[in-house]
Design a protein around this ligand. Structure first.
Ligand code: B12
Length: 231
């Protein structure tokens, strides 16, 4: 099922804020650590929501990925992007703690599928879900399909969330979902699976047999709220 439109851009009031956010994306894409951190501080101190700062950096990260595909940056560039983003998260965390508050009462099992070690997005989803009141078990990265099933039986989640960004791991995502659906359909109830990650789209969703997909943590929370009737 296609996701609803991504979280609307926050009303930033002054056009100066929009300019800061655009500059922030560009600095991230250029892997200019010093400028990213300076712009993050400037944005936060001028009242730009922390979530908008994070979204802007996410866009820049996708730009780094495109530069990697075009061989303008190498693996070291991806590593550096991850490190800069980690520092941005340290600055934005207090603001996010205030902004990301809401209701949710279900249980969500999440993890990054086997063959994939990307965890920045998954960790953001975990943090956002917890801020909204969900109980989350996070299995980490490179998680084998059988491990998801094992934990699903013990934890009895309302929703399973799988993260994956590397296309080579879509096959393990498909296998994980097949195992989860088969085992829960036998109990008369299909456990819903939502997938996420910057490279996920409708085609991937259909290939792996997921119930929902998104490329946005907040939209993931809304899906979980709907599935647990919490909104
Ligand atoms: C940083 C990065 C890395 C870092 C990761 C650090 C870390 N600790 O995670 C490192 C250097 C380790 C890395 C390694 C590799 N990477 Co890399 N990486 C990236 C990059 C630039 C950014 C990813 C990121 O963190 N984005 C920021 C986060 C916040 O965004 P996000 O993950 O999309 O998450 C958001 C949403 O998608 C959503 N979400 C995410 N997960 C979930 C789950 C659920 C349930 C829900 C609801 C929502 C949700 O919420 C998040 C917040 O909104 C991407 C580029 C891109 N287009 O994404 C390439 C990219 C993903 N990497 C790529 C590649 C090829 C690799 C390597 C294979 C490179 C290599 N030759 O070794 C290895 C992978 C090894 C492996 N087996 O996994 C490719 C994948 C291409 C493909 N389609 O297969 C990309 C797309 C770059 C590119 N364009 O070529 N990478």
């Amino acid at each position: 099922m296609a996701p609803e439109p991504e979280t609307p851009a926050p009303d930033l009031g002054e056009s100066g804020s929009v300019e800061i956010l655009e500059a922030l994306s560009a600095a991230m894409m250029a892997l200019d650590e010093e400028r990213v951190l300076a712009l993050t501080e400037e944005a936060l101190s001028s009242g730009v929501p922390a979530l908008a700062v994070v979204h802007s950096c996410e866009r820049g990260m996708r730009g780094v990925g495109e530069r990697y595909e075009q061989e303008q940056v190498y693996l070291a560039g991806l590593i550096m992007a991850g490190e800069i983003f980690r520092q941005v998260m340290v600055f934005t965390q207090p603001g996010l703690d205030l902004e990301l508050v809401g209701t949710g009462s279900g249980k969500v099992l999440i993890g990054t599928v086997a063959g994939d070690i990307h965890n920045i997005g998954k960790n953001m989803v975990r943090m956002t879900l917890r801020s909204f009141g969900f109980t989350v078990t996070d299995l980490g990265v490179d998680v084998p399909p059988a491990r998801f099933l094992e934990e699903a039986r013990v934890f009895e989640p309302d929703v399973v969330g799988l993260s994956g960004l590397v296309s080579a791991s879509y096959e393990s995502m498909r296998h994980t979902i097949e195992l989860i659906h088969q085992s829960t359909e036998g109990l008369g109830r299909r456990l819903p699976v939502v997938i996420g990650g910057g490279t996920i789209d409708e085609r991937v969703c259909r290939f792996v047999g997921a119930d929902y997909w998104t490329t946005d943590a907040m939209e993931g929370v809304r899906i979980c709220q709907r599935l647990t009737n919490a909104d």
